[in-house]
Ligand binder design. Structure first.
Ligand SMILES: [Zn+2]
Length: 306
């Protein structure tokens, strides 16, 4: 049984273009310069049967993502093929979509205890808990494989193993909590007979995470920034990539170098920030990535992991 994968969104927080950004990339994509594709914020859907889908992260762009992917359209009066959501961290670009999935639809939500407790500090979450059984929390425990279930407890043939990778708590909680291993996970996803999809959209240190990423039929990897000083170099008042717990792709200290011998049949960068020069297929950076055997994700990319 294969694992079916839909890349719903391939941009980092803010999307591409970002509403308040006039950088070269954002201006070019608004002007519909050929080769540059708009992208929604990072989210992936997975399924073993192509009937019941689980979102890996819930992006604020989920409404558009559902409209763009008929696999996620209702099949009856009140229905959704989306059975649940698996969260990798508490970053807003990964969790805000949960609040768009209300309208009394039962959902299974998988998160580490740490990520759940951060979310439960927000009263908006109560809109997903209007009646018993609307939101079924399931705890992700590091290194423990679970088979994803619907809110009604029906197993769906998708097995997920969360593994800790270097990251950080979400920005809005960073001031009042110490970093912990469960702040940020990668997900190793498979059916009982498929290869492994590894989804690692936030990785602060690819070399340290390498054992967790190895042995993948397909790897979706943090490609947020090309360079460490990408934002400050453009005059944007933000810290280096490191301060946001995203190791850049390029340079001798980048993830492309750190993962050059990784055992992964398909290697795909995703979670691309709008400033990243890799978004332009005519750029030298795009060429570097592709010539090293990597792909650059785009919205609508479909994978079948056998
Ligand atoms: Zn921009």
């Amino acid at each position: 049984m294969a694992l079916y994968v839909l890349v719903l969104g391939s941009a980092a927080g803010g999307g591409f273009p970002q509403w308040n950004c006039g950088c070269r990339n954002c201006a070019a994509v608004r002007a519909k310069v050929s080769g540059l594709l708009p992208r929604t914020q990072d989210s992936v859907a997975v399924s073993a049967d192509r009937r019941r889908w689980f979102l890996l992260n819930a992006s604020p762009d989920i409404g558009k993502q559902i409209r763009d992917n008929p696999q996620l359209w209702p099949r009856s009066l009140r229905d959704s093929p989306i059975s649940g959501v698996v969260l990798t961290n508490g970053d807003l670009d990964h969790v805000l979509g949960l609040l768009h999935l209300r309208e009394s639809q039962p959902l299974s939500v998988y998160a580490t205890a740490r990520v759940r407790s951060g979310l439960e500090r927000n009263v908006f979450l109560r809109t997903l808990q209007r009646f018993d059984g609307q939101l079924r929390w399931q705890t992700l425990e590091l290194e423990r494989t679970c088979e994803l279930q619907t809110a009604a407890g029906v197993p769906c043939g998708v097995h997920v193993t969360p593994v800790a990778v270097p990251g950080k708590p979400p920005l809005h909680l960073a001031a009042d909590c110490e970093p912990a291993l469960e702040d940020n996970v990668a997900l190793r996803v498979r059916t009982t007979s498929s290869g492994v999809l590894t989804y690692a959209s936030a990785v602060a240190d690819a070399k340290a995470a390498l054992p967790q990423l190895q042995g993948s039929a397909a790897l979706l990897m943090d490609g947020t920034f090309w360079s460490e000083a990408e934002l400050p170099d453009m005059g944007i008042a933000m810290g280096p990539a490191r301060s946001m717990a995203h190791q850049p792709v390029g340079g001798p200290e980048g993830s492309l170098a750190a993962l050059n011998k990784i055992d992964a049949a398909r290697r795909i960068y995703t979670h691309l920030n709008n400033t990243n020069p890799m978004l332009d297929p005519d750029s030298a950076q795009y060429e570097r990535v592709v010539s090293a055997g990597w792909e650059v994700a785009r919205d609508g990319l479909k994978l079948t992991v056998e």
